[in-house]
Each structure stands twice: as C-alpha cells, then as structure tokens.
Design a protein around this ligand. Structure first.
Ligand SMILES: CC(C)(COP(=O)(O)OP(=O)(O)OC[C@H]1O[C@@H](n2cnc3c(N)ncnc32)[C@H](O)[C@@H]1OP(=O)(O)O)[C@@H](O)C(=O)NCCC(=O)NCCS
Length: 153
C-alpha cells in the first residue's frame, strides 16, 4: 500500500499541547467507555513526564507521538490520531526509536487492545511477560534490537 510521507522528529515543549490532543483522541477511540479525565491534558502530562518524545507529522501537522522512558528502554506511550491510523505512522515512530540502536526495547499492551496487539505482532514484537492492571490483563512485549555487528539502514 502507498503511505503518505510522514516526518518524524524529536518533540520539544512547544509540541506538548498538540500531543495532548492526540493522546485524548486516540484513547477516546480505543477505550470509549473510560472517563475523559483518564485521557485529558493533565493525564497526558502525568503519563509523559520526564520521558523523551518523538512526534510524527503529516503536512507539518502532528498526527502522533511516541514517549520513551530510556532508563529502562521502555516505550511508555505510542498514539496516532484515529483518522490517521493504519497509514504507516506508528511504524515510522517505532522505526525512529529502533534506529537509535540503544538495544532491546520493551512495552506493555492491554490484552483487550486487540488492534495494538496485531500492530506489534506485525512488526515482530514478542510476548515476554504479563500482568494485571486497570484494564485487566496486560502483556509485556519485547523487540530484541539489531543483531550485534549487523548494520541497519
Ligand atoms: C496501535 C497504533 C499505534 C498503530 O499505529 P498505526 O499508525 O495505526 O499503524 P501502522 O499503519 O504503522 O501499521 C504498521 C503495520 O501494522 C499493521 N496493523 C496496524 N494496525 C493493525 C490492526 N489493527 N490489525 C492488523 N494489522 C495492523 C498495518 O497493517 C501495518 O502493516 P503493513 O505495513 O504490513 O501494512 C495506532 O493504531 C494507535 O494509536 N492506536 C490507539 C492507541 C494505542 O492502542 N496505542 C498503543 C498502546 S500500547
């Protein structure tokens, strides 16, 4: 499939308000029964405090972001605007983090989030753990990093 050209760059403080809107819209679509306070501006700032973020843009408008807690090589948030999903943006953000080549990465996904699970499976992430949280069972997924000595492009 032909995807639009998506730009990925490091996020700065000026991007935060737009990212908060993405966070709200993506979570509202994924979990419509949850209270709006669980995904509002304050929730966004709590979720991403102290993390490094990258944004992806289409026609210079932010359509998604990824937030990484590097102390644990943990991808804490990955959200794309609902209208822009399945056009390569999530893949582009993950690829930008992977290309930093800082070793294996992990993340958690809710078991009920079948769409995100299909996305990660498609991109080769494998299940390495599980637990139980506010949304029930979650799965811990891992990407093993680039094989030692191999160049990546
Ligand atoms: C999950 C999410 C980040 C994926 O981003 P995206 O931009 O929609 O995904 P992409 O278009 O980059 O998809 C990459 C690949 O995964 C596949 N994929 C994506 N969603 C899929 C789905 N629901 N079912 C099957 N395959 C899927 C795509 O087809 C694509 O494969 P291809 O390149 O071979 O065609 C995005 O849908 C999202 O923000 N969801 C809501 C929030 C969320 O659940 N975040 C993750 C929390 S852990």
């Amino acid at each position: 499939m032909n995807h639009p050209v998506i730009e990925v760059r490091l996020a700065g403080p000026a991007d935060a308000e737009e990212c908060a809107l993405v966070y709200d819209a993506a979570l509202a679509a994924a979990f419509p029964d949850e209270p709006a306070t669980s995904r509002d501006r304050a929730a966004y700032f709590r979720a991403c405090a102290g993390e490094e973020q990258r944004v992806c843009l289409l026609d210079r408008v932010i359509i998604g972001f990824v937030s990484v807690y590097w102390n644990e090589n943990f991808i804490h948030s990955l959200y794309i605007l609902p209208a822009q999903q399945k056009r390569g943006a999530g893949r582009a953000l993950l690829a930008a983090i992977q290309a930093l080549d800082r070793g294996p990465l992990e993340l958690k996904v809710d078991e009920v989030n079948v769409s995100a699970r299909a996305f990660y499976a498609r991109l080769g992430w494998r299940e390495v753990g599980e637990g139980v949280g506010d949304r029930g069972r979650w799965l811990r997924l891992r990407w093993d990093g680039f094989p030692a000595g191999l160049q990546h492009g």
